[in-house]
Ligand binder design. Structure first.
Ligand code: THU
Length: 139
């Protein structure tokens, strides 16, 4: 699975975005260690706070189906009908990624024209995780 192919799947998922309030449509495609891809879109709600981001939709689908090891996620998003820029994952989604992914997990951001790739550790340095609950030391 190339980054380009993963991004294509994120774009397909974006078409299923439910975003009647923000009109900001996001798609994600999450590559599991076994090669399976789990897609997600943002799903908004009239009460606003129950809204789920595309990335978390993909993670929760994957984990609920038994996958816990991940290689990369492709994300693409922007306002309906507008040529958008890169859509970086929100802080809550970064924290969910950190629960299941190694520091070298790749986050691939796309626009219609180009991709760029980050490691999770560069997007969420000095993160809080399971080790912190058991008194592990981290800077
Ligand atoms: N959103 C995502 O799905 N992923 C992101 O990385 C950023 C934001 C969604 C949440 C909401 O439905 C809309 O974009 C505007 O914030």
């Amino acid at each position: 699975m190339t980054d380009h192919e993963l991004m294509q799947l994120a774009e397909d998922a974006r078409a299923r975005s439910y975003a009647p309030y923000s009109h900001f449509c996001v798609g994600a495609a999450l590559l599991g260690a076994d090669g399976r891809v789990y897609t997600g879109c943002n799903i908004e709600n009239a009460a606003y706070s129950p809204t789920n981001c595309a990335e978390r939709t993909a993670f929760f689908k994957a984990v609920s189906e038994g996958e816990r090891h991940f290689v990369a996620i492709a994300v693409i998003g922007g306002k309906d009908g507008e040529k958008g820029g890169f859509c970086a994952p929100c802080g809550v989604c970064r924290q969910v990624m950190a629960e299941f992914c190694a520091p070298d997990f790749r986050v691939i951001l796309g626009t219609a024209e180009e991709h760029k790739s980050y490691t999770l550790s560069s997007l969420l340095p000095a993160s809080f995780g399971a080790d912190d609950l058991t008194g592990g030391e981290k800077a």
